[in-house]
Ligand binder design. Structure first.
Ligand code: T1G
Length: 691
């Protein structure tokens, strides 16, 4: 970040002083920026030639909030509340001119100003909850006074931004700039001075009406959504106080809770994750600005659940896509599912449904891939079939087209070897439902060309996905680690844990759904076939499938389902199957507690994560964490499996794994060399140097 002197530039137009914030790339409110702004404000306020002050970003954005990299370090004045107090005490109008984003402390500073104007494409929001925090510079007290309690709850507990138009509608923004922002801000300033407009202070507005019903409704949904995260609850509590407490008492309450949360484990994990997500975008031997081939047209092979979801991603990004299948029935079924998904999407108009459907062209003709810049294969999960498909694609795809496989497991190098152009082949592993899940594991083959990789990463971001680059191995990173969890679950069932106990333990840990309810939802036959193909035996899972129980689709799996219901019901028949197998295997069953269930399902995954790092299948431990949070519902406030292991301490993790390996007589559970080495050195995965 830049030094104190240059981060705020003052430019005077007539009697209006523009204080230009210049702390690239996003004007994070570092101490240097705060100090320079305080200085510039004091000078402009004291300057009699200045009749109004405009705060504006010098670059692409207003302010992205507090400097997250400063959290956890001693906080130095001037803090944002001090800047706001300076503005509120000013005897002349101070205007916030917002381009790009005003997030967190940036919006709080803007709400501390007397007036706000924004560029039409600006966005404003309080995303602190995504960092395990609450707004800490008055946002919980000022925002409700401007937009009302219900909306403030939504914005602060949810953390998602709103558009300038919506903010204008709500009265959070006074004006949308009709032309260049700086000119519009200057005109606004001159008008305010000319009209001797009041110096409005949001703090002086009455507290919001206490909308008890709205609050109760919001709270009940919040408990379900937060999955153990603390910050959303503290956000609600503080925002609600704006309706009951005088402003300064509300502010003091906010301050106390903010300071408490900054040091919390959850906030530390979410800060770590903020930077982990950004690090995942960087590929070791690929320049950050490596050129990417444009994608004007796409094709998806296979109109099944994954193919349909992937086609929706392209349509959602405005990219025309051809959805191809060999069977008319399968194609029509796939298209009907896509339409149903759009029609059930919240807030999507019928016109918008039609507009997106028009971007998806169904076809039975493989030749239609010829016009596509990218082709994504999403056919049945079988290596030989995929090789055959790629061989065919070689002849019909246009030169330079990216040819990607959506396989969840198979060897991408073997698939590429079936073509004459392995350099343009890689894996783009989407997660189900593909139109919802944000993760894409971008599988780099041994022969994948760098421009192809760069283009696939850029395309993933254009599809509003989070791409993580991984190497080739069975199941890549996510599914490879998942298989260790599945093994542990199978063993725990055998030893006495019931499906509902295992699921409750992992839901209690923060996962949206337990592994057994999730397996029933996905369909047990998929795993059954994969195990058979690999010669892997899971006595209990296999027995349940052999009993014709494939999950929700057969109203029976690990649970029983009433017809038409998705609610998992404990089934004594399952317990009878398990008990029978345990007896035959001479396993005495016992009660197993939630803590042991968590330990025995999570630590083997961490161990496999260490092996994945040893083999350089993942570039860095934090990439593994990004994969688990965005692909498998790992609770973000626990950082991810590798961060979680570090928070326990690798010495303890290694000792527990060694004990599990001994007790279960399972060498695969013995600590991986990397984990054992780091534990021995008293280090953590975060000590591993990137590169
Ligand atoms: N602090 C420090 N660094 C930041 C930052 C921040 N707030 N925001 C972004 N960066 C870095 C980021 O790590 C990356 O670095 C580069 O800037 C570009 O970011 C008191 C307590 C603004 C929408 O949570 O949402 O205010 O990787 O890749 O996709 O109440 O960044 O290049 O080295 O994300 O164009 C609240 C966080 C803080 C907003 C831009 N604010 N930022 O997205 O670029 S808490 C936030 C974003 C707070 C107050 C509280 C996005 C963005 P590098 P990028 P982008």
């Amino acid at each position: 970040m830049a030094g104190a002197a240059s981060v705020v530039r003052r430019e005077v137009k007539g009697s209006v002083a523009f204080l230009k914030l210049d702390n690239p790339p996003v004007n994070a409110m570092s101490h240097a920026l705060r100090a320079a702004l305080k200085q510039a404000l004091d000078a402009a306020i004291a300057d009699h030639n200045v009749s109004a002050i405009v705060l504006i970003g010098a670059g692409r954005t207003f302010i992205a909030g507090a400097d997250i990299s400063e959290f956890g370090k001693p906080r130095a004045e001037p803090l944002t509340p001090t800047l706001i107090a300076t503005i509120e005490a000013a005897p002349k109008p101070v205007i916030a001119a917002i381009a790009g984003v005003a997030f967190g402390g940036g919006l709080e500073l803007a709400m501390g100003c007397h007036y706000r104007i924004a560029a039409p494409d600006a966005r404003v929001g309080q995303p602190e909850v995504k960092l395990g925090l609450i707004p800490g510079a008055g946002g919980t007290q000022r925002l409700p006074r401007l937009v009302g309690l219900a909306k403030a709850l939504d914005m602060i507990c949810g953390g998602d931004p709103i558009t300038a138009a919506e903010a204008r509608e709500l009265g959070l923004i006074d004006e949308i700039a009709p032309g260049p922002l700086e000119d519009a801000a200057a005109a606004m300033a001159e008008r305010l001075v000319r009209d001797k407009a009041p110096l409005r202070r949001v703090r002086d507005l009455p507290g919001p009406k206490a909308e008890a019903e709205a609050v109760t409704r919001y709270r009940s949904g919040l408990d379900r959504r937060r999955r153990g995260a603390i910050a959303p609850l503290r956000c609600a509590e503080t925002v609600e106080a704006s309706a009951t407490l005088p402003f300064d008492q509300g502010l003091a309450k906010e301050r106390d809770i903010f300071i408490e949360l900054v040091g919390s484990e959850q906030a530390k994990a979410q800060r770590y994750f903020f930077f982990a997500e950004r690090a995942a975008a960087k590929v070791r031997d690929l320049a950050d600005d490596a050129p990417a081939a444009p994608v004007a047209r796409a094709a998806v092979l296979g109109a099944g659940t994954m193919g349909g979801g992937i086609a929706m991603c392209f349509a959602n990004a405005g990219i025309p896509v051809t959805l191809i299948d060999t069977g008319r029935e399968a194609l029509e079924r796939g298209l009907a599912t896509v339409r149903r998904n759009y029609q059930s999407a919240r807030g999507m108009s019928e016109d918008e449904v039609e507009r997106r459907m028009k971007l998806i062209a169904p076809s039975l003709d493989w030749g239609d891939v010829g016009a596509a810049d990218v082709v994504i294969e999403a056919v049945f999960e079988d290596l030989a079939l995929k090789q055959e498909v790629f061989k065919k694609l070689d002849a019909i795809t246009k030169p330079g087209a990216i040819v990607a496989t959506n396989t969840s497991y198979q060897d991408v190098d073997q698939i590429a070897a079936a073509t004459a152009h392995p350099e343009r082949v890689l894996g783009m592993h989407f997660f189900s439902p593909a139109n919802v899940m944000r993760l894409v594991e971008v599988v780099r083959g041994a022969k994948t060309a760098k421009p192809v990789l760069a283009s696939a990463l850029a395309l993933s971001r254009k599809l509003r996905k989070v791409p993580v680059t991984v190497g080739v191995c069975y199941g890549f990173v996510g599914n490879r680690m998942l298989s260790l969890r599945s093994r542990a679950v199978e063993r725990l069932l055998l030893e006495g844990a019931l499906p509902q106990e295992i699921d409750a333990a992992l839901v209690g840990f923060g996962f949206p759904m337990g592994p057994l309810a999730a397996a029933d939802l996905a369909g047990l036959d998929v795993g059954f076939r994969a195990r058979k193909a690999r010669g892997t035996v899971f006595p209990i899972a296999d027995a349940i499938c052999e009993a014709g129980r494939f999950g929700q689709k057969t109203n029976a799996g690990y649970y029983h389902y009433e017809s038409g219901s998705r609610a998992p019901l404990a089934d004594p028949e399952v317990e009878r199957i398990i008990a029978g197998i345990a007896a035959r295997m001479g396993v005495r069953r016992r009660t197993i507690g939630a803590a042991e269930i968590v330990e025995r399902t999570m630590l083997p995954m961490v161990n496999e994560g260490a092996r994945i790092l040893e083999e350089k299948i993942a570039q860095r431990p934090s990439d593994i964490d990004v994969i688990w949070v965005y692909g498998y519902g790992w609770p973000v406030y626990r950082g991810g499996p590798m961060f979680y292991a570090d928070s326990i301490g690798l010495r303890d993790v290694a000792a527990t794994l060694a004990e599990q390996a001994r007790k279960l007589d399972d060498a695969a559970l013995a600590p991986a060399p990397l984990l054992a080495r780091l534990a021995g050195e008293g280090k953590g995965f975060h000590d591993l140097v990137d590169g």
